[in-house]
Design a protein around this ligand. Structure first.
Ligand code: XMP
Length: 310
């Protein structure tokens, strides 16, 4: 049985023992990294600074929500807008592994800049077990380089400290609940919406995925709140198809909806929401986002598919 209080005590000891000098905590606003930031604040107080980077691939309102959490827990923090560095770095890149490596590289460059400003020598991250297992840290093949593991360059000037390395998502949720964080919050990948845009990454397509993501989250969270899926999101596929708009032919974007059930993210099944819900969701999306003329629902389990499309 996992014991939250015991873990929190041990986690703080681990941080005190392993952090060298001051530390910055790479914060995405998700549960994993927020837990690390709170734990670091408890363990070493103002020697830690939570750093949130706006990559340009975050969800609408994400920066504001994250800042509110930093304030609620009275953390030392910095918010940095690095969207132009990320967007220009990903120009013309469609290979998912390349994307993750580039994102990891730009993240580290940005973190090293802040670390130099603050005079920090350690970098803390919310890496959990499935991240490094699937990134090839075990005996398995690299399934995908999760940005907070495989995306890191081999040489880095900061000492990496990862207090949640041995935990799984269900344990994270227990800790979050204990700390008063919204534990129903769904996971969101570190590389953000960049891994949910397949094909060209352009400002227009970034705007499309942001809008659709907001609609999907709002609709699921209001209409399915009593049976919330474990994860629910949209993917902008590289497929364009023919449609009709008024009496005109259109050749628009195809959005895929993924809703997923699992306990540990290692395996799981697609959700089976009511048809009516999917019907309304599809109409809402195509009415609100002119560039999209087709919506499909992903009916694949993991394995064989991963939860994200990239
Ligand atoms: P996959 O797609 O590997 O996803 O089945 C398992 C869980 O991990 C999330 N995910 C990521 N999280 N960096 C992260 O921090 C990443 O690069 C990444 N890729 C996937 C995914 O959203 C799911 O919850």
């Amino acid at each position: 049985m996992f014991q939250v209080e015991k873990f929190l005590d041990e986690g703080q000891d681990y941080i005190r023992k392993n952090v060298v000098g001051k530390a910055i905590v790479a914060c995405s606003g998700g549960l994993d990294s927020t837990i690390v930031a709170i734990l670091a604040n408890r363990a070493i107080g103002s020697k830690s600074t939570a750093v949130f980077i706006d990559t340009g691939f975050i969800r609408i309102g994400e920066k504001e929500r994250t800042e509110a959490i930093f304030r609620k827990y009275d953390l030392n923090y910095r918010i940095i807008d690095a969207s132009s560095a990320f967007i220009s770095g990903l120009k013309g890149v469609t290979d998912p592994e390349k994307k993750r490596k580039i994102i990891g590289k730009v993240f580290i460059e940005e973190f090293e800049k802040v670390a130099t400003e603050i005079g920090a020598e350690s970098l803390m991250q919310g890496t959990i077990a499935p991240d490094w297992i699937e990134s090839g840290g075990g005996v398995r093949d690299v399934i995908k380089s999760h940005h907070n593991v495989g995306g890191l360059p081999e040489k880095m000037n900061l000492k990496l400290v990862e207090p949640l390395r041995d935990l799984y998502k269900d344990e994270i949720r227990e800790i979050a609940k204990y700390l008063g964080l919204e534990s129903s919050k769904q996971p969101f990948p570190g590389p953000g919406l960049a891994v949910r845009i397949l094909g060209d990454i352009t400002p227009e397509r970034i705007a499309v995925i942001k809008q659709v993501t907001e609609i999907v989250e709002r609709e699921v969270e209001t209409k399915l709140k009593n049976s919330l899926p474990w994860q629910y999101f949209a993917i902008l596929t590289p497929v364009r198809t023919t449609g009709v708009h008024g009496d005109k032919r259109s050749f628009g974007e195809t959005v895929a909806i993924r809703m997923f059930e699992t306990s540990d993210a290692m395996s799981g099944t697609f959700s089976k929401p009511p048809w009516d819900f999917l019907d309304q969701l599809s109409t809402k999306i195509t009415n609100a986002v002119a560039a999209v003329n087709r919506v499909v629902y992903d009916i694949t389990n993991k394995p064989p598919a991963t939860i994200e499309w990239e």
